[in-house]
Design a protein around this ligand. Structure first.
Ligand code: NI
Length: 134
């Protein structure tokens, strides 16, 4: 691996916040933190619609919301070949945390994640790209 150096100009406050964060996260120096950001950016940007991936959907919802649990289950059964694992945790009397691991072409995973997360009553939801399978 050939190493190069480059200069970066940025807002002083932004750099102060960045330094505090990477210190907490345990980075030894800025170079390692910036290199990780670059790798993550490249990893996500290069993704094509038909690239096979594994994505993880994390969502929180209130199971009292009318028809929500049924709608989420119906969506998951329709797409059962793509969903490789699910975990459901009852956070309290009302809220549920659900984590779904989804495998398939990037656009299919994104579409399914969008449908799940946009289901009426889902309070928070996010798709995390976990791995590329190409
Ligand atoms: Ni629950």
């Amino acid at each position: 691996m050939k190493i190069t150096r480059f200069g970066v100009s940025c807002d002083v406050d932004l750099l102060t916040q960045f330094d505090s964060l990477i210190h907490v996260e345990g980075y030894a120096n800025r170079s390692e933190a910036v290199a990780d950001l670059m790798r993550s950016h490249i990893f996500h940007q290069k993704l094509e619609g038909d690239t096979p991936i594994v994505g993880v959907v994390v969502m929180v919802y209130d199971h009292h919301q009318r028809e929500l649990s049924e709608n989420l289950l119906q969506l998951q059964h329709q797409q059962h070949t793509k969903i490789i694992a699910t975990t459901h945790i009852h956070l309290d009397r009302h809220e549920c945390l659900e984590v779904l691991m989804i495998q398939g072409a990037a656009r299919e995973v994104q579409t399914l994640a969008d449908k799940l997360i946009s289901t009426r009553g889902v309070k928070r939801g996010q798709l995390v790209l976990a791995a590329r399978r190409d």
